[in-house]
Design a protein around this ligand. Structure first.
Ligand SMILES: Nc1ncnc2c1ncn2[C@@H]1O[C@H](COP(=O)(O)OP(=O)(O)OP(=O)(O)O)[C@@H](O)[C@H]1O
Length: 171
């Protein structure tokens, strides 16, 4: 991000155990302290340091609002300053990518993910700057999924594509 030492920031988020994992009485095999994540803390611990860590395992911890505050807000202000920004979610299936990016229960505002929060923030900034007649801003958005080396345009099925075909491209 401009104005900071590193142009790429990496965050890790732990999600709560799901029902299946609870039924199986699975153990949580990571711990977090500050920016350090420890894998297998009880035997053969391995430490990894990130720019941000979000525990999200207990109630009210690592909330959607905190993720937006730490990651989304600086990206909105950098985008408004004219820099290209990318937010990229990576993780195995069921690890919480969609929940982090888009959110959970649609009717619960507190559950909204980083994308809807960033879009609101972006348009608030756009309105504010245009009201002051400082600039005229254009906003362009694309929404892509990369799965098994296939890039899929997730907006394609929502737009004018009447046959409901999703555009995708081989990498
Ligand atoms: N931080 C979290 N707090 C509460 N629930 C979460 C959290 N992260 C994920 N979940 C829940 O875990 C489940 C799996 O999450 P999600 O669908 O976001 O995973 P995913 O990585 O997008 O999976 P896939 O790659 O299979 O699409 C969902 O029911 C989601 O609501």
């Amino acid at each position: 991000m401009p104005g900071t030492e590193e142009s790429i920031k990496v965050a890790v988020r732990a999600r709560p155990l799901n029902l299946r994992e609870k039924k199986l009485k699975c153990d949580i095999v990571v711990s977090m302290s500050g920016k350090t994540v420890t894998a297998s803390p009880d035997r053969n611990p391995k430490h990894f340091t990130y720019d941000y860590t979000f525990w999200s395992v207990g109630e009210g911890q690592g909330t959607q609002a905190e993720i937006f505050e730490d990651i989304g807000t600086p990206m909105v202000s950098n985008a408004v300053d004219g820099f290209n920004c990318t937010l990229f979610a990576y993780g195995q299936t069921g690890s919480g990518k969609s929940y982090t990016m888009m959110g959970g229960v649609p009717t619960d505002e507190g559950d909204a993910g980083v994308i809807p929060r960033m879009i609101s923030g972006l348009f608030e900034e756009k309105d504010r700057l245009e009201e002051d007649a400082l600039v005229e801003l254009q906003v362009r958005i694309s929404y892509l999924e990369i799965y098994k080396e296939q890039v899929t345009d997730l907006f394609a099925s929502l737009s004018a594509n009447k046959e409901n075909k999703v555009s995708s491209y081989e990498l």
